[in-house]
Each structure stands twice: as structure tokens, then as C-alpha cells.
Design a protein around this ligand. Structure first.
Ligand code: AMP
Length: 456
């Protein structure tokens, strides 16, 4: 099947050709006809499946093809033909995801006379208000900032024809349910509503019952989204030695663009500092960082200026970075859904990727639970990092073990020892030819004076 079979119009086909998309993904095949037909939809799909285009393309097609409803927007003054009313509102849980969705609308809609803007918190609202004042057809927003601006009467949304709730489960997890309720009360009753969620807990089902009318339901199995294109493996490792193992793996020729997940924000900072100390170019991204630091970290990672991005789960949610060669679960995720989400960052849109999970010996059970849920086995690899001395000395100053000092054999930054070969061959197998020229320069580039400081 091609995009033409989906009856997409030429301005969109032109953009898709430019992006090099030849074949629609499963969710695009299933969702586009319903959305073009004006139906409400409940889509169960993860990022990485092509879900943004699955709603952005048919929405653009609809907006392009029909005239806006005649309702005036801002009273009498706004009836000038130049003034546009907001016709599509997309709500997204995080700033990063909102920015990426906004970019997708721009990319796919570049041959159309439609305007969009993105609204999120953590940055000055003035440019966002200015864009709104100029008139836009499409607004992509995080619920918090949108509510702020609505309360200040900076925009009105009673002209919206299509509402999208993206990553609805995450929005509920993040406590946005009240904002969502308030926002939907301000929208016209007569509208098309699309809701996407990676998981379908009862809370999502009941939200869907409230805001969707006779929806088409499209489900894309999570398993195929991960297992087919991502090679999964794990290492059993003493938690105190994880950073050493990560450093050793990063020396491998195939780890060209690596996303590392940490359970906590502080952990993400610590890992980043450690990697920078080892000479790798790494940045951290999490919600304690300023928006500009997050944007910069993401930009550096996308452009290849940094090879490693260390992220917390929420910050990494929906990150749209192509060609992530490896996802490393520095801390094993608490549940299988998070695992599937994390590893879905690599192996996107048909490319191959690898997921490596660090597992403490007392976390074996969590690993088994994940395997059971995803219905696949995760191969356990051996490494050559020696364990630190068996127990911390009783005279240690506090209960908080600091990474580093006594007990841990200090790793040199030299080439890995012969023993470390064990850690690599398996991890490299799927990527033997992948990016080899870049990897050996991972540290050298850094020594050559490129900034190794964290953004922000
Ligand atoms: P998403 O699930 O929307 O985050 O998209 C995942 C990635 O797949 C993004 O990098 C898109 O640019 C890319 N993508 C989406 N649809 C297609 C397609 N039909 N063919 C190739 N790549 C695609």
C-alpha cells in the first residue's frame, strides 16, 4: 500500500516524497481513512510507530480541503480575512513532544497555506502570544501553559474543529486530567476528537467514553513495535560498577548514538558527569533543567555533537530522534510498559537498534517479569568489569555510598583490556557496519576541545 492509496492529496504526497517516506506504517494505514472520514478515534499505539503522521496528515488534509466555520473569533474586530481562527488543537504531555508534533505539522504541511504554533511552559509566553495574535490554524500545546493563556484570555478555542489528545495515558499520569476537562469544556461540542495512548488502563477508557463519540478503535500491538527491530540484551552488574560498564560499552564501534535511561534526575546528572569525566560527550535531559538547556541537549544529540543523551523517563517521552543505535537502561525500568517505551526509542520506522539493560543481581525478578510481559527472552551477556570489594566498610561515613572511592578499582581511560572483549562482540553484532567511522572519534572529538559540559 502507498500513501496515494490512502487518498492523500498532492501537497501532502509532495512533502512525504521529500521526507523519503514510501510506505505508510501500520497505524497510518489503519488510522488515516477513519480520520479523513471525520470519525472520532481511539488509537492505542506508541511513539516510534509513525503515529504523529497518522494524525497530522489527515488533519492537514481536512483543514486544507474545507473552509473554516464562519464563526467570528475575537469579536467584530477580528473579521478581517487575514485573521485565522484556531481549527485544530493538539494536547501533548511534554514540551519536547509538543515541539516535535509542531515540527511534524510544519514539515508535512509545508505546501499548504496553513499556519501553526506550539505553546508550552518554561519559556517566556510573549512570543507564543504574538504568534497567536497573528492568527493560526493549528495549535500544539501542553495543557498547563494552554490553561494559563486561556485564563489570561490570550486565545479562544471555541472555533476548534479537531481535538487531539496525544499520549493521553502520560497526560493523566502527570496530573493533567483537570486541565483536560476544563479545556474540553471550552471546545465546541460538535467536533472531531482523536485520542492516542500507549496503554489502555481504566482511567483512559473512561476518559475516552466521555470525550469520544462512537470512535473507531485502532490498536497497534506493542510487541511488534519493539521485538522485531530491537535486539535486546542485559548484563548482571553490581550497581556500583554500572558507570564503568557503560563507559566500556561506549568504546565499542557501534554505539554511535546512545540514549541512556536513569531512574532519577539526580542519577541522570551523575551518569552524565561521570561520562564527561571519562571523556565522552554526554548531556542530560530531565525536568529540572531549564527549557533552553533541554532544547540545547536535544539539539546537540540530534546533530551528533553529543553521542550520548542521559534521560529520565518523562523527559525522553516521545523524543523523536532518528538513528538511535542503542538504548541503555542504566536502571532497570519498574514495569514492562516503561521498558517497551524506552527501548522503542531505537529501532524506529524499520531501522535496527539495540537495547541493553543493566540489572542488579537482586533485580533478576524484574527482568523476568519484563520478559514475561513482552513475550520474548532478553539474552544475558557477560562483562569483564570486576566487582567492587564485597561490602562497604562499616566505618563508612553515611549510608549513602558515593560512587568512586575506595573499594572500586579505578578504571583507566586506556583502551579496554583483553578481557573486555567479552562485553562487546555480542553488543556489536547487529551493527557491524554501522557508523564505525564516528565511534572511534567519540572521545577524540572531545579532547579536541568540543564542549563536554552539560547543557545548562
Ligand atoms: P512517531 O511514532 O510519530 O514518533 O514517528 C516515528 C518516526 O518514524 C519519526 O522519525 C518519523 O519521522 C518516522 N516516520 C513516520 N512515518 C513514516 C513512514 N511512513 N516511513 C518512514 N518513516 C516514517
Amino acid at each position: 500500500m502507498s500513501f496515494t492509496d490512502l487518498r492523500l492529496i498532492e501537497p501532502l504526497l509532495k512533502s512525504l516524497r521529500h521526507e523519503g517516506y514510501n510506505t505508510p506504517t501500520e497505524i497510518q494505514r489503519q488510522a488515516i481513512p477513519h480520520i479523513v472520514a471525520g470519525k472520532d478515534m481511539l488509537g492505542c499505539a506508541q511513539t516510534g510507530t509513525g503515529k504523529t503522521a497518522a494524525f497530522a496528515l489527515p488533519i492537514l488534509q481536512q483543514l486544507h480541503g474545507r473552509k473554516p466555520s464562519p464563526k467570528p473569533t475575537q469579536g467584530k474586530a477580528s473579521r478581517s480575512p487575514a485573521k485565522r481562527a484556531i481549527r485544530t488543537l493538539v494536547l501533548s504531555p511534554t514540551r519536547e513532544l509538543a515541539a516535535q508534533i509542531g515540527d511534524s505539522f510544519k514539515t508535512y504541511g509545508k505546501h499548504m497555506d496553513l499556519r501553526g504554533t506550539t505553546i508550552f511552559g518554561g519559556v517566556n509566553q510573549r512570543p507564543q502570544v504574538r504568534a497567536l495574535k497573528q492568527g493560526v490554524d493549528i495549535v500544539v500545546a501542553t495543557p498547563g501553559r494552554l490553561m494559563d493563556l486561556l485564563n489570561q484570555r490570550m486565545l479562544r478555542i471555541d472555533t476548534v474543529e479537531i481535538l487531539v489528545l496525544d499520549e493521553a495515558d502520560r497526560m493523566l499520569d502527570m496530573g493533567f486530567i483537570h486541565d483536560i476537562r476544563k479545556i474540553s469544556a471550552l471546545l465546541p461540542k460538535q467536533r472531531q476528537t482523536l485520542m492516542f495512548s500507549a496503554t489502555m488502563p481504566r482511567s483512559i477508557q473512561s476518559l475516552a467514553d466521555k470525550i469520544l463519540t462512537d470512535p473507531a478503535v485502532v490498536k497497534i500491538a506493542a510487541k511488534t513495535a519493539t521485538a522485531d527491530t530491537v535486539k535486546q540484551s542485559a548484563y548482571f552488574i553490581d550497581p556500583r560498577s554500572k558507570a564503568d560498564l557503560l563507559g566500556q560499552l561506549l568504546e565499542g564501534p557501534d554505539m554511535t548514538r546512545t540514549l541512556v535511561f536513569s531512574r532519577t534526575k539526580r542519577g541522570a546528572d551523575k551518569i552524565t558527569k561521570r561520562l564527561n569525566g571519562l571523556g565522552f560527550t554526554a548531556d542530560a535531559i530531565h525536568s529540572n533543567k531549564t527549557q533552553s538547556a533541554r532544547t540545547k541537549a536535544l539539539h546537540n544529540f540530534k546533530s551528533g555533537r553529543t553521542n550520548v543523551l542521559v534521560a529520565s523517563d518523562i523527559a525522553a517521552r516521545g523524543l523523536d530522534v532518528d538513528d538511535i543505535s542503542h538504548v541503555v537502561n542504566f536502571d532497570i525500568p519498574g514495569d514492562a510498559e516503561t521498558y517497551v517505551h524506552r527501548i522503542g526509542r531505537s529501532g524506529r520506522a524499520g531501522a535496527f537498534g539495540q537495547a541493553i539493560t543493566f540489572c542488579a543481581h537482586d533485580e533478576r525478578r524484574s527482568l523476568r517479569d519484563i520478559e514475561k510481559t513482552i513475550g520474548a527472552s532478553i539474552s544475558v551477556l557477560k562483562h569483564s568489569i570486576p566487582s567492587p570489594s564485597p561490602a562497604p566498610r562499616p566505618s563508612a561515613p553515611t549510608g549513602q555510598r558515593k560512587a568512586g572511592p575506595a573499594g572500586r578499582p579505578k578504571r583507566t581511560k586506556r583502551k579496554p583490556t583483553a578481557g573486555s572483549r567479552q562485553a562487546r562482540p555480542k553488543a556489536s553484532a547487529a551493527h557491524a557496519n554501522d557508523g564505525a567511522p564516528r565511534s572511534s572519534s567519540k572521545r577524540r572529538r572531545n579532547r579536541a576541545g568540543k564542549p563536554r559540559k552539560q547543557a545548562g
